[in-house]
Structure formats: structure tokens, C-alpha cells
Design a protein around this ligand. Structure first.
Ligand code: FMN
Ligand code: CDP
Ligand code: MG
Length: 245
């Protein structure tokens, strides 16, 4: 069976092999509407936009198709072209770079590597006393578990700035037997393997077995699948500065 991770594995290697010229052609197809469906493309007009020959424009489309960035259907008077999921990822990754270049940097970015924890996260996240609060205060039912991140040296220091970021409190609660501790959730966007993911939250429980050198993340979906992550992969966590209004 061919599941999503396998497809992403293919696309990841393809993304790294996307050259500048092919990227320009892919962008042109996207601007023509190829991100939301098939568009009719003429090699002559594409060539003009890319300032190249018709043969070269045609070859770029072929290369993009064979590396999985475009789907094409050749018809008698031209071709219908659409940007594939892999192609969209490549364009998004470029977009993320430009955002980093030009957008005002606010908030906090922490980086680290993915680790396996003690297998307790799924138990806590599933408890009804927490689950109801996540649903009403975060707006989603979290995937049962926490994605554990071991912070880089700089981010262990940067973590002190967490208190200046936007946050959502999760209250302590009790059942017949014991009290469960409060926690703080920080809205975050994630970036890994050229993909972005949000909304998601860093969760810092008041009582935890983990130290200052790691963080836990919760999200509506399984992040290992959504971001194609395995242990030791690098992940960036962007947090939003708390509003001063
Ligand atoms: C929402 C939430 C509440 C928690 N409350 C408690 C608690 O009341 N007492 C406690 O010992 N640990 C509590 N923990 C922390 C876990 O024991 C543990 O430190 C960690 O979350 C487990 O992560 P891991 O399985 O990913 O390694 C809580 C964790 C979460 C996510
Ligand atoms: N939103 C989430 C939450 C957990 N996870 C993963 O789901 C599994 C269960 O989470 P957990 O907290 O119980 O386990 P560990 O973090 O202790 O390994 C772990 O492999 C987490 O890394 C995820 O991929 N995405
Ligand atoms: Mg965990």
C-alpha cells in the first residue's frame, strides 16, 4: 500500500532537487491558476514570461512533471497543467523564506529535535477534565499525546521569553481520587521538513517529569504524520508575542 509518508518521502528528495529555473516555471503555472486546478498552458507564452525559448519552456514543464511537481495532460492544441501536492510544498517553502526576509520579526522562535518521551502524554491529554478545556479554550480536540522536543542550547535560554508570549490557561481540576495540575498553552506555528503546521500549542504543565531543556506540543492531528517527523528531526516553533493592548 502507498500511504502518505511514502509519497512525502519521494517529494522531500524532489524538493531538494528543484532548480531555480524549474521553480520559476512552477511559479508561473501557479500564478495562472494551477494551484487550484488544471490550467491550459502554451509553451510559447510560458517561454515569453520566462524569457527563454519555446523548447526550453517545454523541457521545464517535462522536468517538473517527471519530478512530481506538476501533472500534465497533453491535448491537440496545448496542455492542461496542475501543480501537485509536492509542487505546492515547494512553493510554500519559498514563500516561507520570503516571509522570513520581509516580515517584521515579533514573537519567539524556538528550535529543537524530536524525541520519544515516557508515553504518559496520551493519558493526560485524553482525561475529560483537560479535554473539555482544550475544546472550549483552544478550539480543537487534541490528538492524544504530546510531541516532545529537546531544545537547542540557544532555545533553552530563549525559553525564558515564553512568559512574554500569548497564552491560554488550563485550570487544575480534581476527580474523586486526586487533583490534576494546571497547565499553560502557548499558540504556535511549526515548521519542519519544508512544511508548516498550525494552529498548535506548546503545553507547559505545572507538574511535569520534564526539565527546562524540553517542550511538549499538542495539536488537532498527529504531528509526526503531518510533518513527516521521526526522532532527531529538527523542528522550529514560532510563538506569538502577547498583545499589549
Ligand atoms: C495536560 C497535562 C497535565 C499534566 N498533569 C500532570 C499532573 O497533574 N501530575 C503529573 O505528575 N504530571 C502531569 N503531567 C505531566 C506528565 O506526567 C509528563 O511530564 C509529560 O506530560 C509526559 O510526557 P511524555 O509522555 O510525552 O514524556 C501533565 C501533562 C499534561 C500534558
Ligand atoms: N499532536 C501530537 C501528539 C503526539 N504525537 C506523538 O504521539 C505519540 C504519543 O504521545 P505521548 O506523549 O503519549 O508519547 P511520548 O511523547 O512520551 O513518546 C508520540 O509518538 C508523540 O511523539 C504526535 O505526533 N502529535
Ligand atoms: Mg509526549
Amino acid at each position: 500500500m502507498r500511504g502518505p509518508p511514502l509519497v512525502f518521502g519521494m517529494s522531500e528528495s524532489a524538493v531538494t532537487s528543484l532548480g531555480h529555473d524549474e521553480l520559476q516555471a512552477l511559479k508561473a503555472v501557479g500564478l495562472d491558476g494551477g494551484l487550484s486546478g488544471s490550467v491550459k498552458v502554451s509553451c510559447a507564452s510560458l517561454a515569453e514570461r520566462l524569457d527563454t525559448s519555446t523548447q526550453t519552456a517545454s523541457r521545464r514543464l517535462q522536468q517538473l512533471e517527471s519530478s512530481g511537481f506538476l501533472d500534465r495532460e497533453i491535448v491537440s492544441d496545448g496542455q492542461w497543467v496542475s501543480v501537485t501536492e509536492t509542487g505546492q510544498q515547494a512553493l510554500r517553502s519559498e514563500y516561507a523564506d520570503y516571509r522570513r526576509l520581509f516580515e517584521e520579526q515579533t514573537g519567539l522562535t524556538l528550535t529543537g529535535t524530536i524525541t520519544t518521551g515516557m508515553g504518559e502524554g496520551r493519558h493526560y491529554i485524553s482525561l475529560p477534565g483537560y479535554k473539555q478545556q482544550f475544546e472550549s479554550r483552544l478550539g480543537y480536540t487534541p490528538f492524544p499525546g504530546t510531541l516532545n522536543v529537546e531544545l537547542s542550547e540557544a532555545s533553552i535560554r530563549g525559553r525564558a521569553d515564553l512568559s512574554a508570549q500569548a497564552s491560554v490557561p488550563i485550570d487544575s481540576w480534581e476527580d474523586d481520587e486526586r487533583t490534576f495540575g494546571a497547565a499553560t498553552c502557548y499558540p504556535a506555528r511549526l515548521e519542519a521538513n519544508g512544511r508548516q503546521y498550525g494552529p498548535t500549542h506548546v503545553i507547559v504543565p505545572d507538574r511535569t517529569h520534564h526539565d527546562e531543556e524540553s517542550l511538549e506540543l499538542i495539536a488537532p492531528e498527529k504531528l509526526r504524520d503531518e510533518l513527516n517527523l521521526t526522532d532527531d528531526d529538527t523542528l522550529s516553533i514560532h510563538l506569538e508575542e502577547a498583545s499589549t493592548e
